[in-house]
Unconditional design. Structure first.
Length: 335
């Protein structure tokens, strides 16, 4: 799991430009699915045919994109002005190395002498080492996306830090589940969704086309076990967080209970996630067509919306186990 997560976290995949991470996931999934496709929005969709004559369909989903920046203007002296893609704070980018999808590196600078809390994206620029607009445009044009160029690294005995762990942690879990699942009773669609960071756009199209009978979403949730953290009860190393509610969804009670009972039956430690701030792809799936029953599990994570997020590998392992066992017990969840 450590090697898998590190590989996925180091890949580039800003919302709308997910090709690099999608290609890595394609290679990892090929031996474990019957079919792989990419739709118009850039979602990667794997299909595994079920063994039963009952043609029920289960959807398993995690988003693969990450927040980043996009070039909006190039100065005469070659510096690039940027706007955010998704949820990043301007202050957190100052001094960070970024890499554009053209593989050009840059360093984020700030033009204003302001307190960090007052810095906005209008104050930022990217220095790509060029001395003129023409030289920069040969490598980076307006509309080119970039992400923070920071690989994952070990933090203590059980933890990994790095950019885009939200939601490469979920992607790693889905890959791990597919490797271990073997034959499966129902038709299974596995979606690595695009454009979640800019409004859960990718999963809307994917869920509409698949018409699943049941869905499970794997994401991350804000841990509140740091000094003077916001109110909450999620901690690293205490197991997966079974979602009860976020700003976009209240999980159907029978699916919440299915996840809880599965965790208790398998001896998996778990936590309960209630958030009035965040939003997830689960809400989009639940509201698709006439409604798709949707459950969700999250990996607790520290320092969301920063270049160095932190997760606990034990939580990933336990979340993978919970998701796999919940899939195997899916017959209890169909309406």
């Amino acid at each position: 799991m450590k090697e898998l997560l590190s590989k996925l976290a180091s890949a580039s995949g800003p919302s709308g430009s997910e090709r690099h991470i999608r290609e890595i996931l394609e290679e990892l999934l090929k031996p474990h699915v019957d079919q792989l496709t990419t739709d118009v929005l850039g979602n990667l969709i794997g299909f595994k045919k079920g063994t039963a004559t009952d043609r029920r369909t289960v959807l398993l989903e995690a988003n693969m994109d990450e927040s980043g920046v996009m070039a909006i203007h190039i100065e005469d002296n070659g510096f690039i002005r940027i706007v955010p893609i998704g949820n990043l704070t301007a202050a957190s980018l100052i001094g960070e190395r970024v890499r554009f999808t053209t593989r050009t590196w840059g360093v984020v600078g700030v033009s204003a002498d302001k307190p960090l809390k007052d810095v906005t994206f209008a104050d930022l620029f990217v220095d790509v080492g060029c001395e003129s607009r023409q030289e920069t445009e040969a490598n980076v044009k307006i509309g080119t996306a970039a992400v923070i160029d920071k690989g994952a690294f070990e933090l203590g005995k059980h933890r990994i830090a790095g950019k885009s762990l939200d939601n490469r942690a979920g992607c790693a879990i889905l890959v791990d589940v597919l490797k271990k699942l073997g034959s499966y009773e129902y038709d299974l669609y596995v979606v690595f969704a695009a454009q979640e960071e800019v409004g859960s756009r990718g999963i809307r199209a994917a869920a509409f086309s698949i018409e699943a009978d049941l869905a499970f979403v794997v994401g991350t949730a804000k841990a509140t076990d740091t000094p003077q953290a916001d109110r909450g009860s999620l901690a690293l190393g205490k197991g997966p967080a079974i979602k009860v509610m976020d700003r976009g969804v209240v999980i159907p009670p029978h699916l919440k209970q299915h996840l809880i009972k599965t965790a208790e039956r398998m001896g998996i430690p778990y936590q309960l996630e209630v958030s009035s701030e965040t939003i997830s792809d689960a809400g989009q799936i639940l509201l698709t067509r006439d409604g798709i029953p949707t459950g969700a599990v999250s990996v607790p994570m520290r320092y969301r919306q920063t270049p160095s997020q932190v997760v606990d590998l034990r939580d990933l392992e336990q979340t993978s186990k919970l998701v796999m066992e919940s899939l195997r017990g899916a017959s209890n969840c169909f309406l």
